[in-house]
Design a protein around this ligand. Structure first.
Ligand SMILES: Nc1nc2c(ncn2[C@@H]2O[C@H](COP(=O)(O)OP(=O)(O)OP(=O)(O)O)[C@@H](O)[C@H]2O)c(=O)[nH]1
Ligand SMILES: [Mg+2]
Length: 520
């Protein structure tokens, strides 16, 4: 029962009030009786307060937090893994947020188109192309330039030029989308921004389609990012929505004259022509650019994406690329059924225990890694993502560094870290789908990692090689030989497969985290 504030009179209806209010004509005996009553009332109130305090402490003891840190280089799939957690443990918030990804998806699409335009511009200029990404990351090439003969005729170049000019409104749209998404929200401290950084492949451009890449990023959100509010700028007009209303109703983005969809629809035939053009494909192939494998690839879905009633699907959201800066904290209640029908390795979870996942998603780029350490002594588990398809790629932030080399070094520093000695380690060898595609397309691992030697270049052998390599590195460097390492081969854009893995990880982490408490 809450105690009344000292300066606040009790309500007339309070049955204690007539006993507690001196009436000014009380006798010494009456006064003594009143003081006695007051003392009794205070005793009761204090006892109730104490009981409440004990119950609260008991409850918070029962409410167990499992704190997990997602680590790995930029583009390794940390935020995508987080989306999978959200899909599993907070599906309604995932669905609610899905429309907010629409401008990001548009931006991803526009950037793919811009990338093609850059490539054909370079071809047009007969640029003495040096595939730095491959050369720098490939010891076997030993700095030699791959020889490329584009064989592009004047007529073809002319066709490219005209496509480039009909698609130029997309470049203006790109800036508009970036401005739209850069929505600093001072109240919440959340913001979406973009940065310009030198592209790993192209030198600084000589013209408006030149090679500087603008990257949109999200920063410092305690829950949903401020960029999601940017969506309010799109579709705010009431006539954008059908008479059914927004929830469950059909949207029609074309009703809003300011919506980016108009430019996209206007450019759709030329975007399709560009992407379907066999000469463009040839140029891309010659440059060894596989857009299909790059983050935020929607070129094969553009017709669907620019439809007037487009709402991003689960797969679209999982594929969207939005870089993380800083640390994002997300909380999920653990309320799904345990795998194995409520039983965890033969133990029953206390049904009264509330468990909350606290997941920290961090920025993985090199200049972001200094913010990781403060979390090391406060987490129970760490999920490290290493994209094993990236053996032939370089870091965006430092094109002199091979991505796989960076992942291995990062892994080594994590497994040897003494602060993390007792932290559960889960390793996701991620982007297995892309690895498979890459190997099937003929890219040889041994070209980039000479230590692979003449072993078979198939998915099974290559993935086993990486699994052993990462496991051996843990074994050789861990300060805690007792620690188990859980390794999963993942494609975190695959919802069904990832669901199974997350459930399995959850069971293991819960078992370890709750061991020694009275929760199991
Ligand atoms: N095909 C495929 N794409 C993936 C996979 N995992 C992640 N991606 C894509 O890779 C891109 C980068 O993933 P993110 O989750 O944003 O990477 P991140 O580790 O959070 O990157 P930072 O925020 O920069 O540290 C996104 O477009 C994802 O959809 C995968 O297993 N397969
Ligand atoms: Mg991220």
């Amino acid at each position: 029962m809450p105690k009344p504030a000292n300066n606040r009179p009790r309500a007339e209806s309070d049955p204690l009030s007539k006993w507690l209010q001196p009436n000014g004509v009380e006798t010494p005996q009456e006064r003594e009786a009143r003081l006695h009553q007051e003392a009794q009332a205070k005793k009761i109130s204090d006892a109730i307060d104490e009981q409440l305090r004990r119950e609260k402490a008991e409850l918070s003891k029962k409410k167990k937090e499992v704190r997990i840190l997602l680590l790995g280089q930029s583009e390794s799939g940390k935020s995508t893994t987080l989306k999978q957690f959200q899909l599993l443990y907070a599906p309604s918030s995932f669905t609610t947020e899905a429309p907010a990804w629409r401008p990001i998806i548009y931006l991803n699409l526009v950037r793919s188109v811009r990338r093609i335009l850059e490539v054909i511009t370079l071809a047009e200029l007969d640029y003495d192309y040096d595939d730095r990404a491959s050369v720098l990351s490939s010891p076997a090439l030993d700095g030699r330039r791959p020889s490329i003969n584009l064989n592009i005729s004047d007529a073809e170049m002319h066709a490219f030029s005209s496509l480039r000019s009909t698609l130029s409104p997309l470049l203006v749209l790109e800036d508009r989308l970036i401005n739209l998404l850069s929505d600093p929200d001072e109240e919440s401290g959340e913001a979406t921004h973009f940065s310009e950084q030198a592209s790993p492949i192209y030198p600084t451009g000589q013209n408006h389609v030149g090679g500087r890449s603008k990257e949109v990023w999200v920063q410092n959100g305690r829950n949903a990012g401020g960029w999601k509010r940017a969506l309010g700028k799109l579709g705010r007009r009431r006539d954008t929505l059908s008479s059914n209303g927004h929830a469950g109703g059909t949207v029609n983005w074309t009703m809003d004259p300011d919506d980016p969809i108009h430019v996209l629809r206007q450019c759709l035939p030329d975007m399709e022509a560009l992407w379907q053009d066999p000469r463009v494909r040839n140029v891309l192939r010659a440059r060894r650019i596989r857009l299909e494998e790059s983050p935020g690839f929607y070129l094969n879905d553009m017709r669907r994406i620019v439809s007037s009633s487009y709402v991003p699907t689960i797969d679209d959201v999982l594929k969207a690329r939005l870089k993380t800066l800083g640390v994002m904290e997300h909380r999920f209640s653990l309320d799904g059924p345990m795998s194995g029908g409520g039983s965890l390795f033969g133990s029953k979870i206390n049904p009264h225990a509330e468990v909350e996942w606290v997941i920290y998603d961090v920025g993985g780029a090199r200049n972001q890694r200094h913010v990781w350490a403060p979390f090391f002594d406060d987490v129970q588990a760490l999920i490290f993502l290493a994209p094993i398809s990236a053996f032939d790629q370089v870091l965006t932030e430092d094109p002199s560094v091979n991505r796989m080399e960076d992942s291995l070094l990062l892994w080594k520093s994590i497994v040897s870290n003494k602060l993390l000695k007792n932290v559960n380690l889960v390793l996701f060898l991620n982007k297995c789908d892309l690895l498979q595609q890459k190997l099937e397309a003929g890219t040889r691992l041994a070209t980039y990692m000479t230590s692979y030697g003449d072993r078979p270049n198939d998915f099974e052998s290559v993935s086993k090689y990486f699994r052993n390599k990462f496991a051996a590195m843990h074994q050789a460097n861990t300060p805690n030989q007792e620690r188990d390492l859980y390794i999963h081969m993942t494609s975190v854009v695959d919802t069904q497969a990832t669901k199974k893995i997350i459930t399995n990880v959850r069971d293991i982490l819960l078992r370890d985290s709750l061991k020694g408490t009275n929760l199991l």
